[in-house]
Write a protein that binds this ligand. Structure first.
Ligand code: NAD
Length: 456
C-alpha cells in the first residue's frame, strides 16, 4: 500500500496491507487477549491510558509532522489536534470511573430485593475510522473502548495509516497488550474483511455512503453498530450581530482544516438587512487565508487529502454558477503537484444547487440571503443531514427559540465547528446513529447488565 503526501503527490511510504487471512488472525488474537484485559482492575487500565498520554506529549512534534505529511493538514492545525487529544484523554481519565461504576438502583429490605446495573465490556470491537481528524475521531472510540475493557481492532483510514501505526506503537509502549489494541492496515477491502469477523460491535466514522454499507453488512449480525457520518452544517446570521466578528468566526468554522471537518460550516444563511456587509467582511477574511506548504507555520489552507474530492468541489462550483450563483473568490483547482483547491465563496445560491445540499468537504461555501428567522429555520432543516447547526445573534432568547427548532445532534450559539469531550457527539438522519464523548460515550462501549438479587 502506497502512502502519498497529498501536498506534493510524492510517495512517502510503501507498506504491506492486511489480507483477509491476516485480518482473521488479528481478530483471533484480539478475541484471546480481551478477557485478560477486562479482568485487570479499571485503575490499571486507566494507568495505561495515562501512560499513553505521556507518550503523546513526548512524541508530539513527530506525530504532528507525520499527520501533516500524510493528510496535508497545516502543521499548526496538526499540533492543535494533538493538544485537543490531550484534553479528551484528560476527560476520559477523570470521568470513566464514575461512568462505569456499578449502580444500585433499588434496595428493598422488606422484599429483600436488590437491583443493580453493571457495565460489561462488549468484547472485541472493530473501529473503522476516517482520516480528517484521526486523533480525535479515533480516540473518541478506542480510548473509552479500552478503558471499558474491550479489545479494539483499529482500522485507520488508508489516508492516515502512518498515524494509525504511531497510535498502535504508543499504546504498546504504554503497556496496552498488542493483542488488545490491534491495528488493521488497508483500504475499503480490508475494512470489509474486518467487518466479516464475528466482532461484538462496529464503530465507524466516515461518509454516509460507506456508513450505509456498514449498516447493511452488520444487519443480520445483532451486534452493536455505531455510525458517525457526514454533515451539511448550517449557520444562520441574524440582523443584530457584530458583522465583522461574526464573519471572521464563521469563516474559520468553514475553512479550518481546509473545510475537511465533519462539523465544518457548509452553508450560511444571512438576514437580508446585513447580507451585503456580511459577505464583504467574509470575503475579505477568506482572501487573507494563506494557502501553501502545510509544513509552513503561516499556512492556513492545506492540501485536499483525497484527490477525487477535487472533482466533487469543481462540479459543485460549476453547478452553482450554471444555476445563477456568483463566485466571489476562488473556484478553481490549483494547478501543479499535489491536490489543491482555492478557498471559494459563492453567493446568490439556493437549495437547487449541490453546494447547498451535498457535503462539500473542502474549502468552499455558499452564502444565501434570508428574509426572516422562520425562513432560516426552514432552510437549515431542509437537509438529509443533522450533525451541527449554529445561530449568531446577540439575543439569547432568540437564539434558544431558533436552536430549539433545529434537528441536529449539536447546536451552537455564537460559535461553530466545535466539539467538547464533556458533551455527547451525535448526528440525526444521514449524520449517523449512536454517539461518542460525554459519559454516555463511555457507557456506549459497554452492555448494561441487569442484576436482580434476592436474599433467601
Ligand atoms: P469513507 O467513508 O470514505 O471511509 C471511512 C473508512 O471506511 C475508511 O477507513 C475506509 O477504508 C473504510 N471503508 C470504506 N469502504 C468500506 C467498506 N465497504 N467496508 C468497510 N470499511 C470501508 O470516509 P472518509 O473519506 O475517511 O471520511 C470523510 C467522511 O467522514 C466525511 O463524510 C465526514 O463528514 C465524515 N466524518 C464524520 C465524523 C463524525 O464524527 N460524524 C467525523 C469525521 C469524519
Amino acid at each position: 500500500m502506497k502512502i502519498t503526501n497529498p501536498a506534493t503527490g510524492t510517495t512517502i511510504a510503501d507498506l504491506p496491507a492486511d489480507s483477509p487471512s491476516t485480518v482473521r488472525k488479528k481478530y483471533e488474537r484480539a478475541r484471546a487477549g480481551q478477557p485478560g484485559w477486562a479482568a485487570r482492575p479499571l485503575r490499571k487500565r486507566l494507568e495505561a491510558i495515562a501512560a499513553f498520554r505521556e507518550r503523546i506529549v513526548a512524541d508530539r512534534e513527530t506525530l504532528a509532522r507525520t499527520l501533516t505529511e500524510e493528510v496535508g493538514k497545516p502543521i499548526r492545525q496538526s499540533r492543535s489536534e494533538l493538544n485537543g487529544l490531550l484534553a479528551r484523554l484528560d476527560f476520559f481519565l477523570s470521568a470513566s470511573a464514575k461512568a462505569l461504576h456499578e449502580q444500585r438502583v433499588r434496595a428493598d429490605s422488606a422484599q429483600k430485593m436488590d437491583e443493580r446495573i453493571t457495565h460489561e465490556p462488549l468484547g472485541v470491537i472493530a473501529n473503522i475510522s476516517a482520516w480528517n481528524y484521526p486523533y480525535f475521531v479515533g480516540s473518541n472510540v478506542f480510548v473509552p473502548a479500552l478503558i471499558a475493557g474491550n479489545a479494539v481492532l483499529y482500522k485507520p483510514s488508508e489516508f492516515a495509516t502512518l498515524t494509525g501505526l504511531h497510535i498502535a506503537r504508543l499504546f504498546a509502549d504504554a503497556g496496552v497488550p498488542e493483542d488488545v489494541f490491534v491495528p488493521v492496515i488497508g483500504d475499503a477491502k480490508t475494512g470489509a474483511a474486518l467487518l466479516a469477523q464475528p466482532v461484538d460491535g462496529v464503530f465507524f466514522t466516515g461518509s454516509y455512503a460507506t456508513g450505509a454499507k456498514i449498516a447493511a453488512a452488520a444487519g443480520k449480525r445483532m451486534m452493536k453498530v455505531q455510525l458517525e457520518l457526514g454533515g451539511k452544517d448550517p449557520v444562520y446570521v441574524c440582523d443584530d450581530v457584530d458583522v465583522k466578528a461574526a464573519a471572521a468566526g464563521i469563516a474559520d468554522g468553514a475553512f479550518y482544516n481546509t473545510g475537511q471537518s465533519c462539523c465544518s460550516v457548509e452553508r450560511i444563511y444571512v438576514h437580508e438587512s446585513i447580507h451585503d456587509a456580511f459577505v464583504d467582511a467574509f470575503v475579505a477574511e477568506v482572501k487573507g487565508y494563506r494557502l501553501g506548504d502545510p509544513m509552513d507555520e503561516s499556512t492556513y489552507i492545506g492540501a485536499i487529502t483525497r484527490r477525487p474530492q477535487l472533482d466533487v468541489l469543481k462540479k459543485q462550483v460549476t453547478d452553482a454558477k450554471k444555476r445563477g450563483a456568483r463566485l466571489r473568490t476562488g473556484g478553481k483547482i490549483v494547478k501543479g503537484k499535489g491536490n489543491w483547491f482555492e478557498p471559494t465563496v459563492l453567493t446568490h445560491v439556493d437549495h437547487t444547487m449541490a453546494v447547498m445540499r451535498d457535503e462539500s468537504f473542502g474549502p468552499i461555501i455558499g452564502i444565501q440571503k434570508v428574509k426572516s428567522d422562520a425562513d432560516a429555520i426552514a432552510l437549515m432543516n431542509d437537509t438529509e443531514y443533522g450533525l451541527t447547526a449554529a445561530v449568531y445573534t446577540q439575543d439569547p432568547k432568540r437564539a434558544r427559540a431558533l436552536l430549539r427548532d433545529i434537528n441536529a445532534g449539536s447546536v451552537y450559539w455564537n460559535c461553530c465547528d466545535r466539539v467538547s469531550p464533556r458533551l455527547p457527539w451525535s448526528g440525526v438522519k444521514h449524520s449517523g446513529i449512536g454517539l461518542t464523548l460525554s459519559t454516555y460515550g463511555i457507557q456506549a462501549f459497554t452492555r448494561p447488565k441487569a442484576w436482580h438479587l434476592r436474599e433467601a
